[in-house]
Design a protein around this ligand. Structure first.
Ligand SMILES: [Fe+2]
Length: 153
């Protein structure tokens, strides 16, 4: 599947990142709650991408709204783990969450204003997918390891 790329304008296309947003063990943090919520997040992102491709405005608005609500709830769960183990990188990690939540809301608002499903799909592909993957692989894995050590020592 393909979608328009932001680099090079409307003429260039790149492969949609559904394949990246399909769960595999490299994304596993080892924390059951975090992993199950990440799987759901990945699935919700794929849903928004699909809805963007279908260009059904109401459905897109619904799915992005749910994605944001779920993301915020998930962040709260991770932050509760940080508090529980006095995670030393808590402030930095929470800041990343806050910034991402703001970005997601701004994407939603931009879509509500412009109704441009192609643009939204592109932004989800780039901003959201990339942030999520990077965040899971770096920040969340680090947190899960620290939390596990805290619980077992
Ligand atoms: Fe996180």
């Amino acid at each position: 599947m393909v979608i328009y790329s932001s680099n090079g304008g409307m003429s260039s296309i790149f492969e949609r990142k559904d394949n990246v947003m399909i769960w595999n063990e490299q994304y596993e943090t080892g924390n059951e709650l975090v992993d199950s919520e990440h799987k759901e997040l990945f699935s919700l992102v794929r849903g928004v991408l699909q809805d963007s491709e279908d260009e059904k405005r109401e459905k897109i608005e619904e799915s992005i709204d749910f994605l944001i609500k779920y993301t915020v709830l998930h962040f709260q769960h991770e932050e509760a783990l940080m508090d529980e183990c006095n995670y030393p990188e808590s402030a930095e990690h929470k800041k990343l969450h806050d910034e991402f939540a703001k970005t997601a809301v701004s994407l939603k608002e931009r879509f509500a204003k412009k109704g441009d499903a192609v643009e939204l799909g592109t932004q989800i592909n780039t901003v959201v997918c990339e942030w999520l993957i990077k965040h899971v692989l770096n920040s969340d894995k680090k947190l899960a390891t620290y939390y596990k050590n805290f619980k077992t020592t």
